[in-house]
Design a protein around this ligand. Structure first.
Ligand code: B16
Ligand code: MG
Length: 219
């Protein structure tokens, strides 16, 4: 195991709640409609534009291209405002120790997030210096569940994906890691059982358990 490819939202920090809250408020304000909790999983790991498409399709709402772009931009402004108070205390359980252990074992770290706000978030969490690379989601052809962002993250740390583990909390993200050829480690419920190794929470992410999973499942 030479590299770790990290998802951000739901793995490093609990920002998923802010994403969904921003979508909820936007849809309420513009269409006076509610979005059900069941849509949250369908927007996890999915790009801003694809998330908006999922929500509008669910509500049977059609908008012009300009309105679509304006809605996506307004959501992002609200989301970034909500991130204002984000700091080290918002790092999810187990993650700081895991990062320290990866570094002690010379495992390189790359961010493989669908979020264009990844660099700002790492900065606020005080983790920027720990990462060797951040894959740019605006430069990959297809978003998760396509493997592209994980392939880009592995390439950014000069590693073939087979030497890497990928850490994810979303259905789309686990599929992306598997198709990239890395070993998938998930935090979450049974919807993530397609991962090579699933834990209930990031608190269970120990270096020893992740290394054991890589030894068992890499090809
Ligand atoms: P942004 P991840 C994803 O991040 C989120 O899970 C998803 O809900 C969001 O729509 C996407 O980032 C895009 O984020 O609007 O900030 O560019 O889980 O891949 O780290
Ligand atoms: Mg995620």
């Amino acid at each position: 195991m030479k590299g770790a490819l990290f998802d951000l939202d739901g793995i490093i920090a609990d920002t998923a709640v802010y994403h969904f809250e921003a979508w909820r408020n936007l849809i309420k304000k513009h269409f006076n409609a509610e979005i059900p909790d069941s849509l949250e999983e369908k927007t996890k790991g999915v790009s801003r534009e694809d998330s908006l498409r999922v929500i509008l399709d669910y509500l049977n709402i059609t908008v012009s291209e300009n309105e679509f772009a304006a809605l996506a931009a307004e959501k992002n402004t609200a989301y970034v405002e909500a991130l204002d108070g984000l700091s080290r205390k918002d790092i999810l359980p187990g993650i700081e120790q895991l990062i320290a252990d990866f570094k002690a074992h010379h495992v390189k770290l790359a961010l493989a997030s669908a979020s264009k706000n990844g660099p700002i978030i790492l900065e606020k969490l005080g983790l920027s210096a720990d990462f060797d690379a951040i894959a740019d989601p605006s430069k990959v052809a297809a978003g998760k569940p396509a493997p592209d962002i994980f392939l880009a993250a592995a390439a950014a740390i000069d590693l073939s994906p087979e030497f890497c583990v990928g850490l994810e909390d979303s259905v789309a993200g686990v599929t992306a890691i598997n198709d990239a050829g890395a070993v998938s480690i998930a935090a979450g419920g049974k919807e993530l059982d397609h991962a090579h190794q699933r834990f209930d929470s990031t608190a269970d992410f120990t270096y020893a358990a992740i290394e054991a999973a890589w030894e068992k499942y890499h090809h």
